[in-house]
Write a protein of this length. Structure first.
Length: 115
């Protein structure tokens, strides 16, 4: 069975380990894949930066409390954080860099800045 070029769909002739029909196809394929992964990283970084600014705005004194609705109103996205910290007591803090939040009861959150 002949392999097809993943860029243009042409049958590949030549060496068995050849993945693309031509250098041009290889280049344009790799450029596109790299661009997509760069976009993914840029979009994720933008989400994290936005979340960080929201936490920073709401928590100027390194420790406070806020509500879920206030976070959502500002555009906070709970899917994006950089690390999770679990205390010995089993309490789970979510961090966006050094800004952390801890879900409390009744849709409230404790905000803490890591020293
Ligand atoms: Zn091709």
């Amino acid at each position: 069975m002949k392999k097809e070029c993943p860029e243009c769909g042409e049958k590949i002739v030549g060496r068995i380990d050849k993945k693309f029909c031509s250098d041009a196809c290889r280049n344009s394929y790799n450029n596109r894949v790299n661009k997509d992964s760069k976009n993914l990283i840029r979009n994720t970084n933008n989400r994290l930066r936005k979340n960080y600014r929201i936490l920073e705005d709401l928590n100027p004194d390194k420790k406070t409390k806020t509500s879920r609705s206030k976070l959502i109103e500002k555009g906070f996205d709970f899917n994006y954080f950089t690390s999770i910290y679990t205390t010995k007591a089993g309490t789970v803090y979510y961090f966006v860099y050094d800004q952390g939040y801890l879900p409390l009861e009744d849709d409230y959150f404790a905000l803490v800045k890591r020293e």
